[in-house]
Write a protein that binds this ligand. Structure first.
Ligand code: PLP
Length: 366
């Protein structure tokens, strides 16, 4: 038996007829950039997330860049973020000359430890960029309180969490600006790169939409320094099709997680927790074990793929050496990077596949 990690081939088969028809239609019409598909998708994304504005863009990374640019953050400013995330989160901050200031995570949900955030605030702090890691939002209520008190902006990097909720509200609808990614392996994936930015403020929405089109006001008249950051029509059409049944994908991912929980209960690995008031979309099902290397090898021998999200905290990455952090600065991040292991996760994993994976893990005499 061969188990697939994200099973993108099966995802295509689910929507094959519709997707192939749409792609062919766009090829024949030759309307590749922006246009009706993109506009319709933006409306549907806004409806799905209960956000006033959704602006699509070329990736989750460009979504972050657009968010930071729209808030006028620039060189000399500081943005507080987590060191336990994909590089893009802090990379986009640094790309604008802004200083990423890392704060350690909580081992409960692997998200920013909100109680530590306050200690990192300086007069230069302009925003908190929080990540909804593995598909689960951080404690957005606490972060909002801090931001309100300290007059900071809150950006939510929801690249892994599209569709997730904090107290019944989609994480995309919270914060000053929220972002997401439609990279193929994210919960709502397109067939290439894509992303979106969400906000409830009209002025920000207008600015983001303009920044995405080289800061233009009208064609060839430019108000801001922006980027070429559009989503293309083919990706938009595919996302519209997949969005229609996305609620079902989320339900299935949660069912897969529950089934993992059931079969792994009683093992020595630490299971992921969904905290009170949160709904996760389980972008990943990530366990923790001190015997990660041996377990990963054993899974591999049994034809079961696994992945490490992420093996090195951002504070210890070479590209951030100039920030002056050192080993020991963020113990929870360092422990998590040494012990986390993501198991296959997609909406199509069967109970018997999950049982097989769990048996390999339990067999270890863990
Ligand atoms: C994937 C990811 C991104 C970047 O998204 P892309 O679409 O690949 O550019 C940013 N932040 C986090 C947390 C991610 O997981």
């Amino acid at each position: 038996m061969k188990i697939d990690f994200a099973n993108l081939k099966k995802a295509h088969l689910e929507h094959k007829a519709e997707v192939e028809e749409a792609v062919l239609r766009i090829c024949r019409n030759a309307n590749y950039i922006m246009g009706d598909e993109v506009e319709s998708l933006e409306q549907e994304l806004a409806e799905f997330t209960n956000s006033k504005y959704a602006i699509t863009c070329s990736s989750g990374s460009s979504a972050l860049l657009l968010a930071l640019m729209a808030l006028d953050l620039k060189a000399g400013d500081e943005v507080i973020t987590t060191p336990f995330t994909f590089i893009a989160t802090a990379e986009m901050i640094a790309l604008l000359g802004i200083k990423p200031v890392f704060v350690d995570i909580s081992l409960e949900d692997y998200n920013l430890d909100c109680d530590l955030v306050k200690n990192a605030i300086t007069p230069k702090t302009k925003a908190i960029l929080a990540v909804s890691l593995y598909g689960q939002p951080p404690n957005i209520e606490k972060l909002e309180q801090i931001c309100k008190k300290e007059n900071l902006k809150l950006i939510i990097d929801g690249a892994q969490s599209f569709g997730s909720e904090f107290h019944q509200k989609k994480d995309s609808s919270l914060g000053t600006i929220a972002t997401t990614s439609f990279f193929p392996a994210k919960p709502l994936g397109c067939y290439g790169d894509g992303g979106a930015v969400f906000t409830q403020e009209e002025s920000l929405a207008k600015k983001i939409a303009s920044l995405r089109l080289h800061g233009q006001k009208v064609r060839y008249i430019h108000q801001y320094i922006g980027i070429g950051g559009r989503l293309d029509a083919i990706q938009a059409a595919i996302l519209r099709i997949k969005l229609r049944s996305f609620a079902q994908d989320i339900a299935r991912r949660n069912q897969v997680a529950k089934t993992y929980d059931k079969y792994l209960r009683g093992s020595n690995v630490i299971l992921p927790k969904v905290l009170e008031g949160r709904k996760s979309v389980f972008a990943q099902y990530t366990i923790r074990t001190q015997k990660r290397e041996a377990l990963q090898e054993k899974l591999k021998q049994n034809g079961i793929p696994s992945a490490i999200h992420y093996p090195l905290g951002l504070h210890l990455q070479e590209c951030f050496a100039n920030l002056g952090y050192k080993k020991g600065d963020f113990p929870n991040t360092e422990l998590a990077s040494a012990e986390v292991l993501s198991l296959p996760m997609n909406p199509y994993l069967s109970e018997s596949e999950i049982k097989t994976i769990a048996q390999v893990i339990l067999d270890k005499g863990e």
